[in-house]
Design a protein around this ligand. Structure first.
Ligand code: NAD
Ligand code: TYD
Length: 347
């Protein structure tokens, strides 16, 4: 039986994608390869781990022997590659892991696929990337299209840009049937609370300061994670090999607007002693902080018929309620206890 190999399926978007895929493609085998770094959490997949279509493999995408064995044993015919170091702030304090996983790891996967698949047009290698490779936009510049020049500004975005270039080169040189998606900022259930939205929700509920970098006027274009997962599935099934698809929700907000909005809604859903806005604290800016991202998703909408199903109102509401309903999951992340789950579960 052939398989789809998902890398980084224990992370935020990967775990949402694994759940989406198993629900949409019953009877199709999915192998999830994840190194379980601090960002990987198998508790996010506890509800599906007994599925007969699913197998978890604890391993590193840089391990070429493991990759080759998995491709052969599991008859891998499709790859969806999420595994990465993904947090900009961590890339500033410790860039090494970003070069290793994002550049060398992507290279190891590509080269294994080239060796075992060649240019077989029936295979698919989908590389999940980010809008951050395009750099920062001025206030009146049009949103990023697929042909926007690459101008990465952080070690994270530079490492993702390098991986995108390798993916392109493996198509142009070896005919590997690759697809690349560049998506805007995701939010939704199971996101590790180091990223803005879950960090603000949990800090507020715990009465801690809500750190806003610089003047809080940086702009991000937010997409609900389920819409991203549907977009990836659409590109995998209908995308043309060698093509790039930008995915985004036409949903630009300044950071301060988002933080205030979360505070105001939490005042209604989980009132504290004082309004949550009082916890907002402006802190030192991030070095090299990109001012604005915005995605033009016209190509995937026109060519493949994908559109986002959630607007910010419904997506943020679902996210807030999810975090309020999953305090156990959050507490075990905050305390580090989630890291014991693998040992308890898999020995
Ligand atoms: P995440 O940090 O939540 O998860 C990354 C996962 O990869 C973790 O489970 C981790 O254990 C695993 N991993 C890390 N190094 C590994 C290695 N060497 N071998 C195997 N597994 C490894 O990340 P995320 O937010 O889910 O992002 C997933 C992908 O989507 C990344 O490639 C990221 O660049 C891209 N992306 C993210 C966003 C966003 O807003 N989060 C937006 C656009 C694109
Ligand atoms: P983040 O969620 O880290 O995503 P990215 O840097 O990949 O866009 O940050 C989103 C925005 O929020 C970004 O402009 C940085 C800002 N930010 C804060 O103001 N405070 C914080 O504590 C964090 C984590 C981010």
């Amino acid at each position: 039986m052939s398989s789809i190999l998902v890398t980084g399926g224990a992370g935020f978007i990967g775990s949402n994608f694994v759940r989406h895929w198993l629900a949409q493609h019953p009877g199709e085998r999915l192998v999830n390869l994840d190194a379980l770094t601090y960002a990987g959490n198998l508790e996010s997949l506890a509800d599906i781990e007994a599925s007969p279509d699913y197998r978890f493999v604890h391993g590193d995408i840089c391990d070429r022997e493991l990759l080759e064995r998995l491709f052969l044993d599991e008859q891998v015919e499709q790859v969806v590659h999420f595994a990465a170091e993904s947090h900009v702030d961590r890339s500033i304090t410790g860039p090494d892991a970003f070069i290793r996983t994002n550049v060398e790891g992507t290279f190891a996967l590509l080269d294994t696929a080239r060796k075992l698949w060649g240019a077989n047009p029936e295979r698919r290698f989908l590389h999940v990337s980010t809008d951050e490779v395009y750099g920062s936009l001025g206030p009146d510049e049009p949103a990023f299209t697929e042909t926007h020049p690459y101008r990465p500004n952080s070690p994270y975005s530079a490492s993702k840009a390098a991986s995108d270039h390798l993916v392109r080169a493996y198509h142009e040189t070896y005919g590997l049937p690759v697809l690349t998606t560049n998506c805007s900022n995701n939010y939704g259930p199971w996101q590790f609370p180091e990223k803005l939205i879950p960090l603000v929700i949990l800090n507020a509920l715990e009465g801690k300061p809500l750190p806003v970098y610089g003047d809080g006027r940086n702009i991000r274009d937010w997409l609900y994670v389920e819409d991203h997962c549907r977009g990836i599935d659409t590109v995998l099934e209908q995308g043309a090999p060698g093509e790039v698809y930008n995915i985004g929700g036409h949903n630009e907000w300044t950071n301060i607007d988002i933080v205030q909005r979360i505070c105001d809604r939490l005042d209604e859903l989980a009132p504290g002693e004082r309004p949550y806005r009082e916890l907002i604290t402006f802190v030192k800016d991030r070095p090299g902080h990109d001012r604005r991202y915005a995605i033009d998703s016209g190509k995937i909408q026109r060519d493949l018929g994908w559109t986002p199903a959630h607007d910010f109102e419904t997506g943020l509401e679902a996210t807030l309620r999810w975090y309020l309903d999953h305090r156990d999951w959050c507490d075990r992340i905050r305390s580090g206890e989630y890291r014991d789950y693998y040992r308890r579960q898999y020995g």
